[in-house]
Write a protein that binds this ligand. Structure first.
Ligand SMILES: C[S@@+](CC[C@H](N)C(=O)[O-])C[C@H]1O[C@@H](n2cnc3c(N)ncnc32)[C@H](O)[C@@H]1O
Length: 375
């Protein structure tokens, strides 16, 4: 089904392609996600959460936000407990992570809650993490720049191997419909990128394709510029914490992963048809964390930690908190299991335990990666 907003975006795309010729997949994705008035991320419909197209860790359990809170508390200590501690979350969506962190801090760490200044930014609020103008309005340099599932949304170039030659995927029109065509890469940067990560694409068979996220490199530059610079050498001045699905380059660009990682989400259905419903469905690609780390280093940051979400949540005490909740809130399970209240408590306990299992499951969200860089 095509709605009126997707057909008007389609009209804009067709008009542009008629004017300019085929556009790169990255340009198509930029319009599908960000075109003012039409793009998936800039229109108002509910997209995230159980009623939307996909859910994130913040929808699964508050315990995720509590771990983020404990992480921020550690960072505050490492930075010498500044009197005002500025956190900026980019791509904050509905702001649920901020709410969860602040509620946790008020309850568990009131002194920290008192100094914590947590701001949300999202493209929907006109704060594009990829725009120099939008990021330059951040009047205060944050001590921590935070994001959860932001970088996977940035537009990606798609390349494909044919007869040991590298082509790029473009979007063209045929009988009024969008369709893919292959042509020479739009920039030499694409082949250089694969070279840099030692991807032996010349040895891969026809049809092997992957995505290249050049915007992620640009974002790292802007992000590094947002973090404060310390006057004293070697003194820590800020952190970048980003969580997403993806891998280091070695795990991402393998010959077995022939179709790349592009995925579209529409009403919790995973599809592989990015040209369908432009503006109506989410389009994402896995993140190359090697590229983020390299770019971060290039712009003056150092690696602090790179782990799976599972390891990170365990380090930050998610299991201990779960056990403390069991002892505090679910005593009835032991003392009156057969009663109605005992049965209700048991079901609620199973629910909570399953949610924590989902956040740490290596076949799912537990295999997301957590990258922390510092300046
Ligand atoms: C997958 S959602 C994650 C939302 C939230 N971080 C969470 O964990 O629930 C991605 C969010 O990033 C925002 N976003 C996408 N591209 C962005 C950009 N270039 N700049 C700022 N926000 C962006 C979207 O509007 C959306 O709210």
């Amino acid at each position: 089904m095509t709605t009126s907003s997707s057909s008007s975006l389609l009209a804009l795309l067709i008009e542009r392609i008629q004017r300019e010729g085929p556009i790169s997949f990255a340009d198509y994705m930029r319009m599908a996600l960000y075109e003012p008035g039409y793009g998936y991320y800039v229109t108002n419909a509910t997209r995230i959460g159980w009623e939307g197209d996909f859910y994130t860790s913040t929808d699964v359990s508050d315990l995720f936000a509590h771990c983020v809170g404990r992480q921020l508390l550690q960072m505050w200590h490492l930075l010498g407990q500044p009197e005002r501690f500025h956190v900026l979350e980019q791509g904050a969506g509905r702001g649920h992570l901020a709410e969860g962190v602040q509620a946790w801090a008020q309850r568990e760490e009131p002194a920290f809650a008192h100094v914590l200044s947590y701001r949300n930014a999202d493209i929907r609020m006109g704060r594009d993490a990829l725009s120099e103008v939008a990021t330059s309005v951040e009047e205060i340099h944050p001590h921590v720049l935070l994001s959860n599932e932001l970088v996977d949304a940035f537009p990606v170039h798609v390349v494909e191997v044919r007869d040991q030659h590298l082509y790029e995927v473009y979007v063209d029109i045929h009988h009024g419909r969008l369709h893919e065509v292959l042509d020479e890469p739009s920039s030499g940067e694409l082949a250089m990128y694969l070279e840099r990560y030692k991807v032996p694409w010349q040895t891969f068979s026809n049809g092997w394709r992957t995505e290249i996220n050049l915007d992620a490199l640009h974002w790292m530059e802007l992000a590094a510029r947002l973090l404060p610079v310390s006057s004293a050498r070697k003194k820590l001045s800020g952190f970048l914490l980003t969580i997403d699905y993806g891998e280091k380059a070695r795990g991402l660009y393998t010959s077995e992963r022939r179709h790349g990682t592009l995925a579209c989400y529409f009403q919790h259905q995973l599809t592989e048809r990015p040209l369908q419903r432009p503006g109506e469905q989410d389009i994402t690609a896995h993140v190359n964390f090697s590229a983020l780390i390299d770019a971060g280093r290039q712009y003056g940051l150092r690696l602090h930690q790179f782990v799976t979400q599972r390891e990170w949540l365990l380090q930050l005490g998610i299991r201990n908190e779960l056990e403390a909740i069991r002892q505090r809130d679910f005593a009835l399970i032991e003392t009156a299991r057969a009663s109605d209240q005992g049965q209700v408590a048991l079901l609620q306990w199973y629910n909570l335990r399953h949610r924590v299992a989902a956040l740490t499951d290596m076949a799912g969200m537990g295999n997301f990666k957590v990258l922390i860089m510092k300046r």
